[in-house]
Every structure is written in structure tokens, then in C-alpha cells.
Design a protein around this ligand. Sequence first.
Ligand code: NAD
Length: 520
Amino acid sequence: TVGKVVLETTATSFPSSHRKIAEPNDTPYFVENEFRLSTAESFIDVHDPATNNVVTRVPQMTKQELQDVISSAQKAFPSWKRTSVIARQQIMFRFVALIRENWDRLAAVITLEQGKTVADAKGDVLRGLQVAEAACSGPEYMKGEILEVAKDMETRTYREPLGVVSVICPFNFPAMIPLWCIPIATITGNTVVLKPSERAPGAAMILAELAEKAGFPKGVINVVHGAHDTVNILLDAPEIKAISFVGSNKAGEYIYERGSANGKRVQANLGAKNHALILPDADKEQTLDAIIAAAFGAAGQRCMALSVAVFVGETASWLPQLVRRAKALSVNGGFESEADLGPVVTPQSKARIEKLVGSAASEGANILLDGRGIKPTYYPNGNWVGPTIITDVKPSMECYREEIFGPVLSCITVDSLDEGIDLINQNEYGNGAALFTSSGIHAERFRNNIEAGQVGVNVPIPVPLPMFSFSGNKRSVAGGGSNTFYGKPGVNFYTQLKTVTSKWTRRDVEPSTMGLSMPT
Ligand code: NAD
């Protein structure tokens, strides 16, 4: 009931405006299919980014509580592993239906804690829901192979779950990222300890509530809270066999190293600096609309946000129209129906973005549209940064080298397609890159030569649907990107291969022989 009170408090904010909650409840953790309040001594306030009102507090859970959750997940594993895939699939069908039924509620809590608009928060939920839907056919990917390898002898493969796996999430997709992992990890027979971002825990709590309703047995899905201390306990727990991490390079490179050193499988999706290359033969109106959406949607707080536009030749003359479109966007509280983009997540994030814009100006770039200092009428205390367009950017500038993670588009001009490709390839990140053109020949040249792992042609910047896999590369992933999220590679990540070779012969038909050398 504790959890339900918290969830109802947040849910009733939809679709009305951001209300001040007189006495915010603490966010509970979820173990043994129930919400429990932590006995923690320290808590982290979660603010509504549009008002900076405190909406809840998350505990820095105690060591003992975290250990109890891990033990519960460990205890649940053997029987969940033995549960038939068909039974697991039935639970997943119900989970999918419940997420759809609670779509508005999930979106509301995302808007309240993370700031994105309700329409965009619904997209956040949908992209996760689609992974859960695709996971219903997970057993298809788990099927083994069989081959008669010699006379009377065959080899078969099995995909077996790993055990307890942990998911460590960022703030920017509070529903999608947990849903990249929970459905695939559980359909394949693992149990999960998930840690949402301490800045946006609400969606994960609703997912936990729905998981219990869907019929997941006790201990299969668990949610813990806290910051670095919690992560360190998860990284060191011998019961945890794999870590799925999505977040910044700073945290992810550390988590990859420590998790791997402890013998765990780690998949880690990190930061980005996504470019779009615009050729003169592109459809101007469609290109400009696409750039605006990808640069400023979600206030630029997407790992697939477009942060650099590379204009080839005469397309630099399209900049005034780009600015006109950006100026027309409504920056407002995410519950306001006309809002195009909401606030950025924290005052610290706003300060960091403004500092990077300032550094661009002092390094000689031109701030063509300046989103600093804006304040929507009813939200004087929010973390506001309006759409910002910087031109004359050079790769040596801090605003180009750093991931800004705000509604800021840096613009560079080049003379040719090849010069643009070279520029993009020199960037250390490799999440995504897009080309705008009407030429198939140019598109093919871009596809062949660009190093980014997710390529858009007249599409900025595409996240592959769940039947594929998220395929960032270079510094946008840790460990060379061999463990990608969702799709068939996601099933492979959460399972280990077992090969069984058997021989069945009858001695009266085939006399036994003994040979000490390897058969040649
Ligand atoms: P973050 O790295 O600050 O936090 C992510 C998680 O790591 C949180 O749960 C946090 O508690 C934990 N954490 C943070 N610092 C830690 C540390 N030093 N030790 C242990 N744990 C730590 O990331 P964020 O600000 O929440 O998210 C934004 C970042 O995530 C951006 O860089 C963005 O590009 C990236 N991101 C990448 C993808 C992708 O698929 N490539 C998707 C979404 C977000």
C-alpha cells in the first residue's frame, strides 16, 4: 500500500498542471512482490524540473536491504528458470497488456519527474512497450541447434539463463530503458535487480507494480534505489552475473571495468554526439523539420538527439529558416498541451549547458539563437533552456568535444560529402549519424564510409525497432559494443550457450573400441 499511495499521488497530476505536493512520500523499494520503505539514513530529493518542487525522495538503501533484495532474486532463480517458456510467455502477454492500460499513468510520472512533455513521455513508454511485445516471441530466439556430427552422435545447443542480472538506468528514458532489459532478461529465465535513476524513479515503480499484477513470481523482478554506493554493491555482488548499464561515459566506463573485473558480463551504452550531414539535393522543408525535431525534442536529452548539423555548400543559406522554426517552438511545463519541449532535468544540468554555450561564444563561435535566460510565465523556478543554435563551430571547441545533452545544435559548414564524412568519422562517439539527400549514390557512399553504428538516410537519428538491436559503436559503448541491447543479441546477452554431444549406440551392433588419441 505504501507504493500505491506514492504512485497515486503522482498519477493524479495527469493531465493537470504541476502541483506542489504538500508532503511528498518517499519512494519505496520493491522486493518479494511488495513495496517496502527503506530504513535508510540518507535520501535523495527528486524534483519536478518545471518547478523544482520536491515530488518524492529516494533512499540510499542500506547494505543489508540491498543484500536482502539480491538474495531474494537469487532464491527465485531456480524455480523461474524451470518455469516453462510458455508459462513465462503468458505472464509477458499480461505485462504487455497492463503497460498499455497504464500508458497515461507511466507518461505522467515521467513528465513530473523528468520534465519531458506528456506526448514525448508517451513515446518513451511505447518504445519500451514494443521491446516487451517483441520479447513475447523470445522463445523463438532461444531455440537451439542440432546436428548429427558423426555416426550415432549428435550435438545440440541450449540457451540457458545466467541467474540474477542487474539493470542500472539513466534519467532520460525512465520507462524505455528498464523495458529494454526486464522483458528479455525475464523471458529467458533470469531474475532482475533494477536500479532506476535516482532522478526519475517513478516509472520503474509502476512497472514493478504491473509486473506483480501480471503474475511474475516473488523475487523475479526487484527494484532498488540509491546512487554510487548502490551501484558498487551491485557490481561486487557475486550472485549478480550480468550488468546492463545505460548512461554517461564517466559512470559507464567505470561500471564496465569494475563489473568485468568481477567476472560479470557487462553491456554498457554510453554518451553520444550525433551528426546530420545536409546535402544541397535534400528536400529543404523535410530536412529542416527533421533537424528541429531531432535537435530540440526532449530538450535534447536523448542519446539519439542530433547535436551537430553539418551543412554542405549552399545549404548553409538554410540557417535563417532553421532559426525561424526553432524560435517558434513552445518551451513550457511538460503537462501544458502546447509545450514542444520541457525543462532540462536539474539546475546543475542547466548550468552546465549554459556554461558550454558561453564557452562557444568565448572561443569564437556565433550564438545565432540563444536559449539562455528564458522563463515560461507560470514556471519561474524551472530549469529552462530554450532552443539554441551555434554556428561557426570548430571541432576543437569545447561545445563540440563535450556531450551537451541539452537543446543546443552546433552547426558546421563543409564543402563536400566526403569532407563531411571525414569530419564525422573523426568524432570519438559513434552512436548515430544521418544524411539528408535525394541521391541514392550519395546515400550509398555515406552508408559505406560512415563509422557511426546507427545510420539514418532522410531520418534523424533512428533508434532501431526491437526486432533489430541498438547498435552504437566507438566511445558510445563500452567494451567494443559486442553486447548490444534487445533483439536477438539481447537474448544472447542474457543467456549462455550449452552444447551437448551425445552418442547412443548398441554394443551388439557397434562393438566398443578404445582409442587414446584424438580421432583423426
Ligand atoms: P549517469 O551516468 O549520470 O547515470 C546513469 C546511472 O549510473 C544512474 O543510475 C546513476 O545512479 C549511476 N551512476 C552515475 N554515476 C555513477 C558513478 N560514478 N558510479 C556508479 N554509478 C553511477 O547518466 P544520466 O545523466 O542519468 O543519463 C544521461 C547519459 O546517458 C547521457 O550521456 C546519454 O547520452 C546517456 N544515454 C545513452 C543511451 C544509449 O543508448 N547510448 C541512452 C540513454 C542515455
